[in-house]
Design a protein around this ligand. Structure first.
Ligand code: TYD
Length: 251
């Protein structure tokens, strides 16, 4: 029996109508995809970890005053969030070269960038999320100049927060992607961080060993994705105690 109406099913999440107007329920699936869904698998427990991790990051952002869609976690796989109109851009922030930037510009993976670099991709799977410039964004009306100023400021604040949180647990935030939502309060509109923040959309490297603790483990067949995400959750103190098998000794 369907409890509620499904609004949308994406690669990693399902969205349902929320219990109150203006809310939706995000259900985190175990499905993993890469290379525009050419590589697919079901990774046991990934959805549970990403639900928890996204809650952790969004709650921290709220605490430092970065507006976002998160309201509360409902259960292992679901969270209640504000319904918003998603700006059709993948907003990427890079601190170190990796992935497509390394390929495009011939910069060795892991090279520290002179400053954080923000890139925009147009959200369209059928086109493979192409990189676009602010000229495209303005000309095609995907976001206004004011929106772009706000998006840049949100992206850099998220970067400072995430970099600091990760650094504190010995992880380098190489790059990440966020999505931005538009919400309306009467005639007034504002932009907030939406979607999810999880290792699915970040590059996270152990500072000491360089070990990858993000979706590259899946993209590049480097081992167990659940182990990698569990390690991130464990270091951040996000995993419930019963799941912590190896306590860390601090000298
Ligand atoms: P990028 O290096 O451009 O692409 P790829 O992941 O294919 O090598 O990605 C930069 C970061 O942004 C990386 O951590 C993955 C994330 N990202 C997404 O999660 N989804 C996306 O659609 C895009 C374009 C990037």
């Amino acid at each position: 029996m369907a409890r509620r109406k499904k609004i949308y099913e994406g690669k990693a999440k399902i969205l349902y109508e929320g219990p109150e107007p203006g809310t939706i329920v995000q259900y985190f699936k175990d499905d993993a995809t890469a290379f525009n869904a050419e590589k697919k698998d079901v990774i046991d427990g990934k959805g549970v970890l990403n639900n928890r991790l996204s809650e952790f990051f969004m709650t921290g952002l709220t605490q430092i005053g970065v507006p976002n869609h998160f309201i509360r976690r409902l259960n292992m796989r679901e969270q209640l969030v504000r319904n918003c109109e998603i700006v059709p851009l993948e907003v990427i922030v890079r601190n170190y070269a990796a992935g497509t930037m390394s390929k495009r510009l011939g910069i060795a993976e892991g090279t520290q960038l002179p400053r954080p670099i923000v890139e925009y991709c147009y959200k369209d799977d059928s086109l493979g999320d192409p990189l676009v410039t602010e000229e495209h964004i303005a000309a095609f009306g995907w976001a206004s100049q004011q929106d772009m100023d706000d998006i840049l400021s949100l992206a850099l604040r998220v970067n400072d927060f995430m970099s600091g949180v990760m650094l504190a647990v010995g992880i380098r935030l190489v790059d990440f992607k966020i999505e931005i939502g538009r919400i309306f309060d009467g005639d007034y509109q504002r932009l907030i961080v939406a979607d999810e923040i999880s290792p699915d959309g970040c590059r996270l490297w152990d500072i000491e060993t360089g070990q990858k603790l993000d979706k590259d483990v899946f993209r590049r067949d480097l081992g167990s994705l659940t182990d990698a995400y569990s390690e991130v959750a464990r270091r951040l103190g996000v995993l419930p105690k019963s799941n912590v098998t190896k306590p860390t000794l601090i000298n």
